[in-house]
Design a binder for this molecule. Structure first.
Ligand SMILES: [Ca+2]
Ligand SMILES: [Ca+2]
Ligand SMILES: [Ca+2]
Ligand SMILES: [Ca+2]
Length: 293
């Protein structure tokens, strides 16, 4: 068989939500933020062009009308993925899907970036579906929540020019991390906990019992006073077993990192647990060796 179909598929497949299914802006959403197509494609790395240009960082969330869409009371947004999002146990921490919004960290020491809480974490019920008809709610997370988006690995929180090293929008922040854990941290310490992740709300679809989903609905209660804003959705990339540093190969660097992290899997630490028990031990070591590049 010709390899061409595979090449064509890989050229056009991407981890982002692909199509808008429906949108009801509801009542009381942010005025002007009613273009639902902005939730498709890659989330924003840079915002405020021509007004107040700045990188997207945990302290500066995306805010332009061509970046985020607002869902008011009684409203909903439904998007679909061309390639189903799978409940994959080899995804980091079992997280399958990320939703990027406009949650930001309050800066207690502007412009130095000291976490003083978060703003614009406006909720939004998440439901998923295989066929766009039967829906199952996600109970563990709300759509517009933690963690704020980070566009670049080599930027300071308020840089007015784009960074040169994009963050990874298909790698979650450790879902065990809580807001309490990061209160009063500076940007460097916060970014250490992100690793190379670009943030987003981490969703494990395992709780639904569905093996994979193609549709995501984000909706707002008719009595809600909050209107979530959505920038994009991403299908998490699976981790190669043994590839602790996520560089695509399994070698001695990964082996040393795994040995160094023996014990409970540290929050924000190396991803050295390959059987999902959040503990790094000889089982994980054997998995790594068994998958040596
Ligand atoms: Ca999962
Ligand atoms: Ca967007
Ligand atoms: Ca590696
Ligand atoms: Ca383990």
């Amino acid at each position: 068989m010709s390899p061409l179909p595979i090449i064509v598929l890989s050229l056009f497949s991407n981890p982002w939500a692909d199509a808008l299914v429906s949108f009801d802006e509801g009542i009381g959403g942010s005025p002007g933020y009613n273009i639902p197509e902005v939730a498709l494609g890659e989330p924003s790395r840079f915002t405020g062009e021509d007004v107040w240009p700045c990188v997207v960082s945990p302290f500066n969330s995306p805010w332009l009308t061509d970046e985020i869409v607002s869902i008011g009371a009684g409203g909903s947004l439904v998007v679909s993925f061309d390639e189903p999002v799978q409940d994959d146990s080899t995804n980091p921490w079992g997280v399958d899907l990320l939703i990027f919004g406009n949650t930001g960290c309050i800066d207690n020491s502007y412009p130095n970036g000291i976490v003083g809480g978060v703003f614009s974490d406006d909720g939004g019920l998440i439901e998923v579906s295989q066929d766009g008809k039967q829906w199952i709610a996600i109970t563990a997370e709300l759509a517009n929540g933690l963690w704020p988006t980070r566009g670049y690995l080599d930027s300071q929180p308020y840089d007015a020019v784009e960074g040169s090293v994009p963050s990874n929008f298909t790698l979650p922040v450790d879902p065990r991390l809580t807001l309490d854990d990061v209160m009063n941290l500076d940007n460097v310490a916060l970014m250490n906990l992100y690793g190379s992740s670009g943030g987003g709300t981490p969703i494990d679809i395992a709780e639904t019992g569905l093996p994979e989903i193609s549709f995501v609905r984000i909706s707002v209660d008719a009595n809600s006073k909050l209107s979530p804003e959505i920038d994009g959705l991403a299908d998490v990339t699976a981790q190669i077993i043994g590839d602790v540093n996520m560089n695509g190969t399994v070698d001695v660097t990964d082996l040393l990192a795994l040995i160094e992290s023996f014990g409970p899997l540290a929050i924000g630490g190396p991803l050295a647990d390959f059987n999902g028990d959040l503990y790094v031990d000889v089982q994980d070591l054997l998995s790594l060796i068994g998958n040596w590049s």
